[in-house]
Design a protein around this ligand. Sequence first.
Ligand SMILES: N[C@@H](CCC[C@H](N)C(=O)O)C(=O)O
Length: 262
Amino acid sequence: MEINTALTFYKYQGTGNDFVMVDNRTDSFPKNDTELVAKLCDRRFGIGADGLILLENDPTLDFKMVYYNADGNEGSMCGNGGRCLVAFANFLGIFSSETKFNAVDGAHSATIEGDIVELKMGDVTEIKIKPNYYFLNTGSPHHVQLVSEIQDLDVFKEGSKLRYGLYGEKGSNINFVEPLDNGAFAVRTYERGVEDETLSCGTGVTAVAIAMHKSGRVSSDIVNIEAQGGKLQVRFSVDAKGYSNVHLKGPATQVFKGEVKW
Ligand SMILES: N[C@@H](CCC[C@H](N)C(=O)O)C(=O)O
């Protein structure tokens, strides 16, 4: 490993899901260095984050998102990370209010107003309904399970049991959900690739909103979610083919800028 290579980075968070952001339009970041990405995300030996995101040039759209989980491996789509990257691209002056970018699961459009970012997610046409859970892919795979007394749940213990036990090495993200008196849903997520509970998961709350609508627990096409790190809103259109025009909305903010050497 090289010594004294300096990297300028920005730290962003979206409802407590936090990311190291790197402007890699110069293509200088060592993209295959899994160990380095994991170290930068480490909360004791590095900057500390749930993931690292590279903002890159795209041949047709405004920019491209390359997302790594905290374990250093490239992940599937990250909803909160996508929202934070939109805020970062806006900060860099790449667009002013509306944008379209490429990610691992295809093109996403988004808007920003103040610190509120609304991101269009992919359509969902397939939902597995099992006796005590739902499984669907919102850009990343998600298990959705209803629980009671959600704040007392050991999310790490129960989430890791399901992540490995039910889904094997490839795994899935595991979401626990409880309907609240105000019509919203409380959600706690065990994230694959972080291998721990995170304060919020964007593709996870999107999966929860769709699963709760599919199950009839909510009839509105706008669903409010209360994650551990803040509130998010999911809206969609629904017809016989499934869920389309899926949007994830909530705050995404810059926390600090820094330089790290390795
Ligand atoms: N935090 C993310 C989810 C990221 C995807 C995931 N950890 C995986 O690769 O399975 C989000 O906000 O969607």
